[in-house]
Design a protein around this ligand. Structure first.
Ligand code: SF4
Ligand code: SF4
Ligand code: SF4
Length: 572
C-alpha cells in the first residue's frame, strides 16, 4: 500500500492484500465490526503497461475522458491559479474555458498507479491534433518512464481544492466531472461498463447517497474485502452503502427509505415541540426548505449547524435526541442497484413491489444482459442470439422489456441509457430520476467482459447497440403528463446501423455462428425484427398524451405520489 496510508490500512488491509490475512489476530479487527471505507486509494496496484498522458494544447475540455473512466483514474479539476505555486515541474494546466470560473486553471490528470490501461478514455476523446490526427488530447504512453512524475502530479492534483458543489451551475457531462467522485479505483475488470455509471451517481448525488446493492459484480467491486472504493469527501462525508441478497435487495433499499423518512419525521416532530426555545423562524425554515439544487442543500446544512449551536444551549432531553436526528433534515437520496440477474430475474418480484409504491426510491439496473460475476448464466435480459449458460446455442426469445413494464404503472420515472451512445442523455436521466419524488428506474447498458470483445471499444459498441435499435434510449417522466405532454421521450432514432454488425463484434453471438451458422442466421434476422418492432412501439408511445383529470382522465399514480409527498410519505 502507499506510504502514508492510515494505521489500520498498514496493519490490517496491507496484510490481507498480501494474502496473509489468516495471520492476523482477532484483536487486529475493530471491536464493533465497522470497516474503514475509501481504502482502495491506498492499494496502489500499478497494473497498467501504458497510461494516458494529456496534451492541454489539443484538449477541448469536454471531460468525456473522466466521464467514461471505470476506475476514476483520470480526473478533471478547476482551481484558482494561486494554488499552482507549489506545483511539480511536470504538472500541466491551462486556462479554464467555461462559465463560472473566470481566470481559473484546468487540469486533466491521470492516476498512474490506479489506471488499468483500459484505453476507454483515449477511445472517447474527440479532440485531435489537426496536423497529426493520430495524436489526440490524451494518448497512451508507456508507464515506466512517467510513473514517478505522474504519481507526484496526481498527488499534487488531489491536494488542489475541489470547486464547491454549489458553484457548479448546471449538471451536464462537463460539469458533472468537476464534482469529486466518491467511488474510486474499484477492482472491477479493466474497462468495465458498469462502474462509470456508479462513479457518475456519486458525483451527481454526493454524500446524500444511500445505496442498497444487490449481490453481483457491483457488490463485489463495491464492497470488496479488504479495500472499498466508496469514499468520503473533504468534509468526511460520503455515500452509505450496504449489500443484500439477489432476492430481497429492492425491499432492503425500500427499508432504507422507510427508515430515513421515519427519522426525518421524528426530527420534524421534535423541531415543532422545541420551536418556542429554538425560534419560529429557524424551525419554519428547516421544515419548509426547498432541497433541490446544491445551493439549497448547502443552505439547509447551514441551518442545521445553527440548530446544533442552539441545541447545545438547551437542557431539555428532547434536544439531545434532536442532535442525533438533525442530519435527517437534509434530503437523502436512496438508490437501489444491481445487475440484470437481480432486477429481471431473482429480485424481480421485490423490485416490482417497490415500484408499485409511491415512495421516493431510485432503482439503477446495470444491465450486462447476463449473470456476469455470478456464473455467466442467461438472464431474462439476455438478447436473442446470445450464448450463455442455459442458452448455449443462442437465446431463442427476446429480452424482457423491464422499462415498458414499469411504465405501465404510470407513476414511475423510467429511463433507458447508454453512456457510450449519448453521455448527455445519461446525465439528464440521472438528474431527472434523482429529482423525481416517486419511484424511478434507470436501465443502463453496460458492456462487460462476458460479451467477449476488447472493452477498449466498449463505448463504440454501446453506440452500435443504440444505432441498430438493439438498445433504444428513452426517458419516461410522469411529470410531463400534467403538462399535457407525452410522458415518453424517445432519445434515439429509427435503427440505422446493422444488427448483424453489432452482433458480429461480440463473441457471445459469434460463438453461436461458429457452432451453427444457419441457426445464427435465423437468430440474427429475428434479433433485427425484434429490435425494429421494439423501436416502432416506442415511437408510437412517444406520441401518446395521457388523459389528465382536466380531460376527464384519471392519473392515479401521479395523484398518489403527490398526496404521499404532501403527507410526508413520499419524498422527504
Ligand atoms: S486507460 Fe482506462 S483506467 Fe486508465 S485512465 Fe483511461 S479509462 Fe481510466
Ligand atoms: S476527452 Fe480529450 S478533449 Fe475531452 S477533456 Fe479529455 S482529454 Fe480533453
Ligand atoms: S464481469 Fe463485467 S460487469 Fe463485472 S466487473 Fe467485469 S466487466 Fe464489469
Amino acid at each position: 500500500v502507499a506510504a502514508g496510508a492510515p494505521d489500520f490500512v498498514q496493519r490490517v488491509t496491507a496484510v490481507m492484500l498480501a494474502g496473509h490475512g489468516d495471520r492476523l489476530p482477532v484483536s487486529a479487527f475493530p471491536v464493533d465490526g465497522t470497516w474503514p471505507t475509501g481504502t482502495s486509494r491506498w492499494e496502489k496496484r500499478t497494473i497498467a503497461d501504458a497510461v494516458p498522458l494529456w496534451d492541454p494544447g489539443v484538449c477541448i475540455q469536454c471531460n468525456k475522458c473522466a466521464m467514461v473512466c471505470p476506475h476514476s483514474a483520470i480526473r478533471a479539476k478547476v482551481y484558482a491559479p494561486e494554488h499552482l505555486d507549489a506545483a511539480p515541474i511536470t504538472f500541466q494546466s491551462t486556462p479554464y474555458r467555461g462559465p463560472g470560473f473566470d481566470g481559473w486553471r484546468y487540469t486533466i490528470q491521470v492516476a498512474p498507479q490506479d489506471c488499468t490501461g483500459c484505453h476507454l478514455c483515449v477511445e472517447v476523446c474527440p479532440a485531435k491534433d489537426k496536423s497529426n490526427p493520430r495524436h489526440k488530447a490524451i494518448n497512451m504512453a508507456p508507464l515506466a518512464p512517467v510513473l514517478d512524475a505522474e504519481a507526484a502530479n496526481f498527488g499534487f492534483f488531489l491536494g488542489l481544492p475541489d470547486p464547491p458543489r454549489d458553484r457548479i451551475a448546471r449538471l451536464d457531462v462537463k460539469n458533472s466531472q468537476l464534482l469529486v467522485p466518491l467511488f474510486e479505483y474499484s477492482g472491477a475488470c479493466a474497462g468495465c461498463g458498469e462502474t462509470p455509471y456508479l462513479k457518475l451517481l456519486t458525483q451527481i448525488v454526493g454524500d446524500r447517497l444511500i445505496i442498497a446493492n444487490a449481490t453481483g459484480c457491483s457488490s463485489i467491486y463495491g464492497g470488496n474485502l479488504p479495500s472499498t472504493p466508496y469514499c468520503k469527501d473533504d468534509n468526511g462525508r460520503g455515500p452509505a452503502w450496504a449489500n443484500s441478497l439477489f432476492e430481497d435487495n429492492a425491499e432492503f433499499g425500500f427499508g432504507f427509505r422507510l427508515g430515513v423518512d421515519s427519522h426525518k419525521h421524528q426530527a420534524e416532530v421534535l423541531l415543532a415541540q422545541l420551536a418556542p426555545q429554538l425560534g419560529e423562524r429557524l424551525v419554519n425554515e428547516l421544515l419548509t426548505a426547498e432541497q433541490y439544487g446544491e445551493g439549497n442543500i448547502k443552505a439547509q446544512r447551514e441551518r442545521i449547524e445553527e440548530l446544533r449551536r442552539q441545541l447545545l444551549t438547551l437542557t431539555d432531553p428532547r434536544a439531545r435526541r434532536l442532535e442525533q436526528l438533525a442530519d435527517y433534515l437534509v434530503r437523502k437520496s436512496v438508490w437501489i442497484l444491481g445487475g440484470d440477474g437481480w432486477a429481471y430475474d431473482i429480485g424481480y418480484g421485490g423490485l416490482d413491489h417497490v415500484l408499485a409504491q409511491p415512495r421516493d426510491v431510485n432503482i439503477l439496473v446495470l444491465d450486462t444482459e447476463v449473470y456476469s460475476n455470478t456464473g455467466g448464466q442467461a438472464s431474462k435480459s439476455t438478447p436473442i442470439g446470445a450464448a450463455a449458460k442455459f442458452a448455449a446455442s443462442g437465446k431463442a426469445v427476446g429480452k424482457k422489456d423491464l422499462g415498458l413494464m414499469a411504465m405501465s404503472y404510470r407513476h414511475v420515472y423510467v429511463a433507458s441509457v447508454a453512456m457510450g451512445a449519448r453521455d448527455a442523455q445519461t446525465v439528464q436521466a440521472f438528474v431527472e430520476a434523482e429529482s423525481y419524488p416517486g419511484p424511478s428506474l434507470i436501465i443502463a447498458y453496460s458492456h462487460c467482459i462476458a460479451h467477449g470483445f476488447d472493452l477498449a471499444h466498449g463505448m463504440d459498441q454501446q453506440k452500435l447497440a443504440v444505432g441498430s435499435g438493439i438498445w433504444p434510449m428513452y426517458r419516461y417522466d410522469p411529470r410531463r403528463i400534467d403538462a399535457g405532454q407525452p410522458p415518453l421521450q424517445l432519445d434515439s432514432g429509427a435503427p440505422k446501423e446493422s444488427v448483424h454488425e453489432y452482433m458480429r463484434n461480440e463473441t457471445r453471438f459469434r460463438m453461436v455462428e461458429k457452432i451453427d451458422p444457419e441457426r445464427f442466421k435465423n437468430l440474427a434476422a429475428a434479433a433485427e425484427e425484434f429490435a425494429a418492432q421494439r423501436v416502432g412501439v416506442y415511437q408510437q408511445l412517444a406520441n401518446l398524451v395521457v388523459p389528465t383529470p382536466q380531460t376527464n382522465g384519471h392519473a392515479n399514480g401521479e395523484a398518489e405520489v403527490e398526496a404521499a409527498s404532501t403527507n410526508g410519505d413520499a419524498g422527504e
